[in-house]
Design a protein around this ligand. Structure first.
Ligand code: FAD
Length: 477
């Protein structure tokens, strides 16, 4: 008796319901991963995500090898792969953890139906959320569009069970299986752009747990106060690990609870509560994507679809390259390029700058993030961009335009973050670090800066851009 475990965004063995149920069925396992770019938007990952995926699959393959098995890789469409395995081996059942992106749902429902019609058992599980999006509803039976009541509802009902342990022993189907190699997926970028990523990240289940333990030991108690300061290591950096399912949110919530119990803080603690509510925002992103799938393309609030964006390719390029002349914006964009990640506060600032100061469609920003973030995630990227553009669920109000100078002065007061990512400004005194164009000529000269040459002049005047944006928003309101 044989079964297939189809891995997608659950690249772990711990707390993996599909893997555990397959083992408990007493069948021999064939674990597989399929990479076919035509299949769904969830698979059409950007370059930085592909780098992560390659290393994460390598790790999962090693874990299976330690248990005496193998993770098999295929490039044909999932349905053909599974049908071939069913034909060539005595497969009775397929196990997987669910996905929530619109195309992925369509693909999985079609696959489920055709397998069932062919008499094959299909077992699907929740492997990446605290609650399924369809389980959480308002008193009127509608989906939520506001975060706070959504999270209250989820918190009141999350599964208090301990996460499932990683299996101690797995029995594998040992007959030869024709498959391809991980390298055949060609996931690593051709340019050497991602070489630096290893300095910042350890993809894989073990890396995920090490990051979490480190954060719980050193960061969670101060999270509430530190999380907005990009120069500090105040956040957990769990986003790519969560996106690829190297760790589950249930494991994270459980680890936080164990930490609180150890500290005898039964009623929570500000750092831990705030941290859990960020995990809640991730859930909210999936809730919105599931119930309002059109939001990946169109605004949740339809009136914003008429916004007269100024799609200027030159401005977009300068934003992408971190050459806008606004230091906090440029530092964020350069951090993104160098590390595949950007601090949340800075994501909001660069997003607001693109949509409201440069009047570029938020979708161009979302596309750039999709290609360059190691944590690029359709649900959370869409939620984040619609939030900054003011067009989404529980969005920042349209009249909130982040002032890049004030944000910089408030959240990076000594300019440490700016100096880290924009070395050409490193000698500028703190007073001018967020507005070099206001610095007296001799100060600039002493700092070795020639505006327009060594560092750009501001691409737009923020006050003027703000007023122009507000006038348009006012009209479509
Ligand atoms: P922590 O502060 O340690 O938070 C813990 C976890 O909670 C994160 O790993 C993440 O899973 C979740 N989380 C935290 N903040 C948010 C949030 N605002 N929305 C949703 N989930 C959150 N997050 C992604 O995972 N993928 C994306 O593609 C993405 N794109 C974004 C685009 C924009 C314009 C904005 C404003 C935000 C975006 N975010 C995205 C949300 C957020 O910036 C990142 O999740 C966070 O910076 C990840 O760092 P961390 O793991 O250290 O977060």
């Amino acid at each position: 008796k044989i079964c297939i475990v189809l891995h997608r965004r659950d690249l772990r063995l711990g707390d993996n319901s599909a893997v555990v149920s397959a083992i408990e069925s007493g069948r021999l396992l064939i674990p597989i991963f399929v990479w076919n770019r035509q299949e769904s938007e969830a698979c059409d990952a950007g370059s930085a995500s592909c780098w992560w995926l390659h290393h994460s699959l390598l790790e999962l393959g090693n874990q299976y090898a330690k248990q005496g098995g193998e993770l098999f890789f295929f490039r044909e469409p999932t349905q053909s792969v599974i049908e071939r395995l069913i034909r060539e081996h005595d497969v009775e059942a397929v196990y997987w953890n669910r996905r929530y992106e619109p195309d992925a749902i369509k693909q999985d429902s079609g696959l489920k139906k055709s397998l069932k019609d062919a008499g094959i058992e299909v077992h699907s599980f929740n492997g990446s959320l605290l609650r399924e999006p369809w389980e959480v509803e308002t008193k009127q039976g509608d989906p939520y569009q506001v975060f706070t009541p959504f999270w209250k509802n989820v918190l009141a009902s999350i599964d208090p069970d301990k996460p499932l342990s990683a299996p101690e022993a797995i029995s594998f189907e040992k007959v030869r299986i024709e498959s391809c190699k991980l390298d055949d997926f060609n996931l690593l970028p051709k340019l050497d752009w991602a070489d630096s990523f290893h300095e910042y990240w350890t993809p894989g289940e073990q890396g995920a747990h090490e990051s979490l333990s480190n954060f719980i030991r050193n960061g969670i108690d101060d999270y509430k106060g530190e999380r907005d300061f990009p120069a500090k290591s105040g956040t957990s950096r769990m986003s790519p690990h969560l996106h690829f399912g190297e760790i589950s949110p249930r494991q994270i919530c459980h680890a936080v609870q164990v930490h609180l119990n150890r500290k005898r803080k039964d009623n929570g603690q500000p750092g831990a509560d705030t941290y859990l509510s960020e995990i809640g925002w991730r859930e909210f992103g999936y809730h919105i994507l599931y119930h309002f799938p059109h939001t990946t393309e169109k605004s949740l609030k339809p009136k914003f679809d008429d916004f007269p964006w100024d799609n200027n390719a030159k401005d977009l390029k300068k934003w992408q390259q971190g050459m806008t002349g606004y230091p906090i914006v440029d530092a964020g964009m350069r951090e993104l390029w160098e590390t595949g990640w950007m601090h949340n506060r800075v994501r909001m600032i660069v997003g607001s700058f693109l949509a409201k100061d440069l009047l570029q469609n938020w979708k161009s920003g979302a596309e750039w993030f999709w290609d360059t973030l190691v944590d690029a995630d359709l649900a959370n990227n869409t939620l984040g961009w619609q939030w900054v553009a003011g067009s989404g669920a529980d969005a920042s109000p349209y009249f909130r335009v982040f002032n890049p100078v004030l944000q910089g002065e408030r959240y990076d007061p000594s300019g440490k973050y700016i100096r880290q990512w924009i070395p050409e400004l490193s000698e500028l005194p703190d007073k001018w670090i967020h507005k070099p164009w206001e610095a007296p000529k001799d100060v600039l000269k002493d700092a070795g800066i020639s505006l327009g040459e060594t560092y750009p002049e501001p691409l737009v005047d923020h006050q003027e851009a703000r007023e122009a944006a507000l006038a348009i928003y006012e009209k479509i309101k």
